[in-house]
Design a protein around this ligand. Structure first.
Ligand code: EPZ
Length: 414
């Protein structure tokens, strides 16, 4: 049951409602460690990454109760500051447990998260920023030992607007005495959502989403109830599915301001957008036009949509160009798309794609967004496509086969 089987040639047609964003929920779950009072998160998305994060919280001594899509986390009895090795490796994003553990216990021991399929994923910016806040950090035998007893507010300049580093620093600074200013932070909507959540807990944060974030340390944070933002990458993935199949789609809770770059590129490819009563709608053209995409930190075109747009370029009219500026190894989907007949030339971080016809094949997902891109390619291909690695796709999409089937596609898990 780890393969998606797709029969191509069906139009995506209908309306979908987006789950909460994986990349907002993960740091919000981590931030629940910052208070001794219960935190309730509504719209919890059932993903392997979010489930693993709950396991990590449990091993740190937290208790949680999940009823439907509402999870209540009680970190009041949490007593451990050492991250479990196996679980830390299970999901890379566990690295942003570092900030909340230091913020809560003033010490932390975590495993070096290591690289993954899309790149080395260094954490030098996390370490440099925490040291600027007064943390003493020793890196030894693949472990990171942190002494945050002298944690205090400071000014931090990030060399690159790293999402994870920004999140770690916001969470470590929330209870550090004094004022912290983070210059050149990530501006992604998930950062703004984390700031909203932490402010609801009583944190004093301003400027999230701008070029500088200021945090006034407070003595303690309180419990709260919060609904994270909808998933803009799932939204972009579904729009791209409709674009590639000549379809029409409505997204009930998509937030246009979170997706400006993606919507702009889909419009340049010929898609027509509408919005009424807060519902985003899109209609695909008869034939997609090839486009150029260059991934950038927000508000630029998101790297998490790059693979999906490569799949779309494979069935567009003309020659598309994709430049991946954020991760050094994020073209694993290209070789799999070639097995379907795609005409793609890769040179370092640049891909040139000559649009044509895709034919079904047995292919494999190597990372989360590459997997989603291969499913989209199957939707548009002639014949049957089987995508191995459904479990990898499950990390970021809740029952993708059901969402797409409900929108008219022929997708089953076998
Ligand atoms: C977050 O990863 C997301 N993950 C990623 O989504 C997303 O692709 C990425 O941000 C960029 O938007 C979560 O939020 C859980 P970064 P993160 O730190 O925080 C370099 C998905 O598919 N860098 O902004 O790890 C790094 O190597 C995932 O949902 C350093 O050099 O991303 C990369 O080239 C994939 N030193 C670039 O910055 C550091 O200390 C962006 O990384 C940290 C990062």
């Amino acid at each position: 049951m780890n393969v998606f089987r797709i029969t191509g040639g069906r139009r995506i047609f209908g309306r979908a409602r987006l789950d909460s964003a994986k990349n907002a929920v993960l740091p919000i779950l981590a931030a629940s460690m910052l208070t001794e009072q219960p935190v309730t998160i509504e719209g919890f998305p059932e993903l392997s990454d979010t489930r693993n994060m709950l396991k990590i919280l449990t091993t740190l001594g937290c208790k949680y109760e999940l009823t439907g899509d509402v999870v209540t986390i009680d970190a009041g009895i949490a007593s451990k500051w050492e991250m479990p090795d196996a679980l830390s490796k299970a999901i890379r994003s566990s690295i942003f447990m570092l900030g909340p553990i230091i913020g809560r216990f003033r010490k932390a021991v975590v495993t070096y998260p290591g690289g993954c399929e899309i790149g080395l994923r260094p954490i030098d910016l996390h370490i440099k920023g925490l040291k600027a806040l007064g943390a003493k950090i020793r890196e030894q035998h693949g472990m990171i030992y942190c002494d945050g007893s002298n944690l205090r507010g400071a000014t931090v300049h990030l060399d690159f607007p790293s999402v994870g580093a920004t999140e770690n620093l916001m969470m470590a600074a929330a209870t550090a005495p004094g004022t912290t200013v983070i210059h050149n932070p990530a501006r992604e909507p998930e950062i703004v959502d984390l700031a909203r959540f932490m402010s609801a807990m009583g944190a004093k944060i301003r400027g999230a989403g701008s070029g500088s974030i200021t945090i006034e340390g407070v003595k303690r944070l309180n419990g709260t109830r919060f609904r994270p933002m909808p998933d803009r990458i799932v939204a972009g993935t579904l729009l791209t599915a409709a674009a590639m199949t000549g379809g029409e789609i409505e997204l009930e809770n998509a937030v246009l301001s979170d997706m400006g770059a993606v919507v702009d590129k889909l419009q340049r490819a010929g898609c027509a957008f509408g919005c009424s009563d807060g519902i985003m709608s899109m209609r695909a053209p008869e034939k997609l036009k090839a486009i150029e995409v260059s991934t950038q930190p927000f508000p630029g075109f998101p790297t998490d949509m790059q693979a999906q747009f490569m799949a779309m370029s494979c069935v567009a009219d003309g020659v598309g160009v994709i430049v991946e500026n954020v991760f050094e190894n994020r073209f694993s989907h290209a070789c799999e798309l070639r097995r379907m007949g795609a005409d793609i030339i890769i040179n370092d971080r640049i891909a040139v794609i000559r649009g044509g016809v895709l034919t079904g094949a047995r292919i494999a997902a190597r990372d989360l967004r590459a997997g989603a891109a291969l499913v989209l390619a199957g939707l548009a291909a002639d014949g049957v496509t089987e995508v191995e690695g459904a479990n990898i796709i499950d990390r970021g999409y809740v029952k993708l086969e059901k969402i797409l089937s409900d929108l008219g596609a022929a997708v089953e898990r076998i």
